[in-house]
Design a protein around this ligand. Sequence first.
Ligand code: BMA
Length: 311
Amino acid sequence: MKKELVKRYENNPILTKDDIPYPVETVHNAGVVKYNGRYMMLFRSHLANGRSIIGIAESDDGFNFKARQQPFMAPAKEGAFAEYEAFGVEDARVVFLEGAYYITYSAYSAHGVRIGLAKTTDFELVERVALITQADHRNTVLFGEKIDGRYVRLDRPHSDINPWSIWISYSPDLIHWGDSKVVMKPAKYHWDEMKIGPGAPPVRTDKGWLNIYHGAFQTMAGAVYRLGAALHKLDDPAVVLGASDRWILEPADAWERTGYVPNVVFCCGAVAEEDGTVKLYWGGADTVMCAGTAVIEQLVELCLTGGREPL
Ligand code: BMA
């Protein structure tokens, strides 16, 4: 029998548009973090105009979520952010860092897509901090601690010469970023050959930072989005210690295979538990939210077994 690396929760999908108290078309690509022992989920929803907002749902067990009455983030109405969020806010990742919860999200506008950084301490008030990339960047995840005195992020710029790869950047203040360097590229004729991008904020393990990333493969029926795993060196995450040759999750359930965008599993959140497991959260077909559990040690071993060169 094929080894199941990610065990799907038996009652998937865990959140759908029918659970949301205001009109939305989809519920997907959510960042999840623990706050005061509870799980906070920041999920993306398409509105019926095709643009996205971010809602919030809460849970005691990480599987049964209840959405709040009001959205959490909608495009800013004034100031510098309004111009760059006019087409919507998408795919939030959230990480606890030095006493606050930082949210990186995609800000869409006529100028392209760039990354916004927002902050909350109570999941009631959310404060915009800065726009931290130019266009065309998406999928930016912050590490939950400073490394060698600097803040660190993985991100995913795009260019024709070097399509959709994973880069690393550093910052003294979370606002100004630089020293950027490519760390992982799509692999030729591999399940992730079309594009790759960071998924959940990296999970700290004793052997390295576990990076759950997404990869896309172009087929005659469109792209298939799957999840993979890579391990980055703890004190120098620009070094990829190993990357799994095989995917760890692919679209299989009916709600992952059909929906707003068919054949997509897309991860923006992972919560490491004290028992050595990690809860993974992914959008199914850009339509619903799903969850599953994996054993961290198994994912780490898979990365270290390697088989896929990072560059
Ligand atoms: C990517 C992003 C994600 C989405 C995925 C599949 O390019 O737009 O938000 O989940 O495509 O449609």
